[in-house]
Write a protein that binds this ligand. Sequence first.
Ligand code: SF4
Length: 444
Amino acid sequence: MSLVRRNIKRALDDRKLGRAVLNSCLLSTEKRDRLISELDFQSTRAAARLIRQRSLDENRPLLERFKESFEKAGGRLHYALTAEAACRIVVDILLKAGALQGVKAKSMVTEEIGLGQALHRAGIDAVESDLGEYIIQLAGERPSHITAPALHRSKESIGRLFADRLKIPYTDDPQQLTEIARSVLRRRYIDAEFGVSGANFLVAETGHVVVVENEGNGRLGASLPRIFVAVTGIEKVVGGLSDLAPLLALLARSATGQRATAYVNALLPAPDVSDAPDEFHLVLVDNGRRRTMADPDFAEMLLCIRCGACLNVCPVYRSVGGHAYGSVYPGPMGAVLSNLLGPRMMMHHELPFLSTLCGACKEVCPVDMDLPGMLLKLRERAPKPAIDRVAAAGWGWAMATPARMELAGRTVRTIGRAIGAMPAGSTVKTGMSFRGLSREASDK
Ligand code: SF4
């Protein structure tokens, strides 16, 4: 049994997990639906899609422009072709500055490149400062959702985790648990020598690095320590500040069912300002994005603004949660994106089959991405099991002429009788028993 199948079986057997994931998804979807209805959704998402499309169509000139503005303000830009190169750049920056302890804000791209592990290997202590990320860091887990990383955990399991790891009395009161995390993290901010974060958007015209968050942890991590490093994908660049309006309106509503996120930080390097970081670095990650931009079947995936709405409505995600996917990015967007990023395509080729193709993900996507269409195209590109390849080749050969069809039919009848599976006089529609053919063919 493959790892994904094992994960799914385990997830389906875990009733508590199923309930926690489903309840959280239903709640998020309900909040999202209520606030999305305040907008003219179709025209806002058409505008957002156009802005994001420009990010891809004019990616190189926009990044050039961003580089100019960002460096003029005093920032240092780095480009990483691979995940390993991106980690190496961050580690080198921190080691060179002697910054060995710091805080890290929630960021899917840092999960994608494995930055947490790379820092750990280099002897650099980075505590996750987003509450959900802090919980899963304590538990030694991966995020199970792109915007709600600890969605799979109940308050009781978080209470047990805190009692065990922080050596404190057990409580499952969410308010108390939050206060405990806050008191631990406050001390870490004060001592932090560096802050690391992702970035939601980069503004080419002005050089702003935009970080959207709800807890204020991103803002503290970007301003208190002497070194700040933002890490993001090359597709995140947009033209000007006005482009942010529809994107932010859709992101907050789609992700957390809010009219606006609590903090929208538009960060600019300010090395001469006494209470700003001395060094502001930005690491731009490729890791397969440039290759994807050139692929007409899948470039669209890079329009994604990581809102997580497609996860919340997906019947498969709702049943098994994020860990079952075995990839950093779960749900419908993860089933596509995980197969596009990294050193080569199709590194998670089972995931496109974890979909009912119901279309709910496309309906809610704030940039109107055709996720079902991309899932189907990925299924076509997925390596087929040897038996299916042989069966398909045999079927193709047999269907080429009426004589071959007749021969194949006779052969199947003879074999069927020989093994006792088919009474004399029964008929066979050629090819119908082959595995891996289209549903239409195998149902007839
Ligand atoms: S694919 Fe669309 S719905 Fe899913 S996370 Fe990306 S932007 Fe959101």
